[in-house]
Design a protein around this ligand. Structure first.
Ligand code: CA
Ligand code: CA
Length: 553
């Protein structure tokens, strides 16, 4: 009988083995937040909590934390890469290379260059950087500044496939780590300042074939298409330049969208769906299940790309997000219903969020802006918090984030669209630092009230680094001037610090090997802050390196 032909039987067994390995990988990703021996996802778990149950390093002994090794990334651009740790290998990305490092010794295993066109730097908006890799089924995945998605062999670094997402000369770029769910590699796009149209792509993890695309501005005739005048949706922004989160029980991916284009809101009157929103989508098909829009008609470049954390509050599955617009939102993540929205920093663009409609009540200040006046607006273009993710500690019920205390002068102007150039429609004069107050804090916030239990002021320039929480009662983060620090999660008291070789704008992770806990961080100044030309940065040299710490014996 033909079905017993040995060749066919072999092929069937091979297919079964392959799908078995894939299922194991799917399970490992779902378990990542709990598995302490590895870091498989951006966010240290699909829930994006950046929380580890490890507690060998704790408030009592963190003073004995010391570097085990450092590895130079040989790159003087910006470093926001979150390390991935899998099967005895650490993977780190820069804008021009992917490296595999022995996580115990810091020795390089392989390094693969990213080939980029010479003129790509002209188009990358806010720092020449990459935010990290993803790992799945023996492959390492990453995005590139010229808007491609790449898969490498995890063992050798050899490129297996490369797929083009968009044309970089239009202002499209990719910097975020991919999110992989059940064999679908999901990536977003940057370019909201260039009059582009945002989207989220789903790629086949095996061969890089595009499975689906969800455009994040609604075209005429589509649901939400009537929220854009004329064809303004086609240059309407809603970029998707960070990584989403995933709830396997609900099978929903949550992805944040960025600003509307141009920034001038008067030329695109309407809500402009789906700018500055969170989209709940099916990973298999890209189907949009629900959305919530934080800043309808987005007057101020309040990107909602940092999607927030999937946490349980009072037994309810919620999405908690400290939005760039200054409000801390809690949504029921099964359906997008608003549960709380309170300011966590100084806000004057809106008086409040109407809990019945879920919409902001715009302030007198914003009415004046819309009428063409020059007004000082809180928070600034950088937001109450910028792109950097926060972390959650279930024991304290607090969200830990580096927050910003600054405003900006805002006045709309007329501007025509030109391909590949900034398309803002406002008189950009940077941000305004308050005179007698800190410019930023490490804040421990209650998501339901937006209130901080404690705030640790940053002396000098604020931090744009991510945070990590652990069951050891610690919060790890880094300073713009390079100190890697550990803070008591309950009190905000700084317990330990170590001066790394450059400024920190990266994302700390922790993991264990044979019963020993390690903490790793990429150091390397730059990012959006560097664009502001803060002269206080003059004493902080550039240069990316990976640092790994453990307790001294
Ligand atoms: Ca893990
Ligand atoms: Ca933006």
């Amino acid at each position: 009988m033909i079905r017993n032909h040995p060749l066919l039987l072999g092929a069937t067994l091979f297919a079964l083995a392959a799908s078995g390995a894939q299922a194991q990988n799917d399970q490992a990703l779902k378990n990542d937040a709990k598995s302490t021996g590895d870091v498989l996802t951006y966010g240290m778990g699909y829930n994006n909590q950046r929380y580890s149950p490890l507690k060998q390093i704790n408030t009592g002994n963190v003073k004995k934390l010391a570097p085990v090794w450092a590895y130079s990334l040989n790159n003087t651009q910006s470093h926001e890469s979150q390390p991935i740790v899998h099967d005895g290998v650490m993977y780190v990305t820069t804008h021009d290379s992917t490296v595999a490092i022995n996580p115990l010794t810091g020795k390089q295993i392989w390094k693969t260059a990213v080939e980029l066109p010479q003129d790509v730097f002209k188009y990358a908006c806010c720092g020449i950087l990459n935010r990290g890799a993803a790992i799945y089924n023996g492959k390492v995945y990453r995005t590139t500044l010229d808007a491609h998605v790449i898969a490498l062999d995890a063992k050798t670094g050899k490129q297996l496939w490369k797929s083009k997402a968009a044309e970089y000369t239009d202002g499209h770029a990719q910097t975020a780590a991919p999110l992989i769910v059940n064999g679908v590699v999901m990536t977003g796009i940057a370019g909201g300042e260039y009059g582009t149209r945002g989207f989220i792509d789903g790629w086949d993890a095996n061969d890089g074939k595009k499975l689906w695309r969800l455009y994040t501005t609604a075209a005429p005739g589509e649901k939400g298409g009537d929220t854009w005048p004329g064809d303004t949706h086609s240059k309407g922004g809603a970029p998707t330049w960070l990584t989403g989160a995933y709830d396997p029980e609900l099978d929903l991916v949550y992805w944040g969208t960025g600003n509307a284009g141009p920034w001038n809101p008067q030329v695109r009157l309407g809500d402009n769906l789906y700018v500055c929103s969170v989209l709940a989508i099916r990973p298999k098909t890209g189907e949009l299940v629900w959305h919530y829009q934080f800043s309808p008609n987005d007057p101020y470049d309040y990107d909602a790309t940092e999607v927030g954390m999937l946490v349980e509050i009072k037994g309810r599955k919620v999405l908690a997000q400290a939005n760039r617009n200054g409000f801390f939102y809690v949504l029921d993540r099964t359906n997008g219903k608003l549960l709380a929205a309170n300011p966590y920093v100084k806000v004057n663009w809106a008086d409040k969020i109407d809990m019945a409609t879920g919409r902001p009540v715009e302030s007198e200040a914003t009415k004046k802006v819309r009428a063409g006046e020059d007004v000082q607006i809180w928070p600034s273009v950088l937001g109450g918090k910028n792109w950097t993710p926060m972390s959650w500690n279930p024991a304290t019920g607090l969200a830990y984030a580096n927050t910003l205390n600054m405003s900006w002068p805002y006045q709309i102007v007329k501007q025509d669209y030109k391909k590949g150039e900034w398309y803002l429609g406002m008189n950009m004069r940077g941000v305004t630092m308050p005179k007698d107050e800190p410019h930023g804090y490490l804040s421990a916030m209650d998501p339901m009230t937006g209130k901080s239990k404690w705030k640790m002021p940053w002396p000098g320039q604020p931090s744009m680094a991510g945070t990590l929480s652990t069951a050891g009662g610690l919060v790890f983060t880094g300073a713009a001037t390079g100190e890697f620090i550990a803070v008591d999660a309950n009190t905000g008291k700084k317990l330990w610090q170590f001066q790394t070789s450059s400024g920190i704008i990266g994302l700390p992770v922790t993991w264990e090997h044979k019963g020993k806990q390690y903490v790793s961080i990429v150091s390397g100044a730059g990012g959006v802050w560097a664009l502001l030309g803060d002269e206080r940065m003059a004493a902080t040299p550039a240069g990316g390196s990976v640092w790994t710490f453990a307790l001294q014996p």
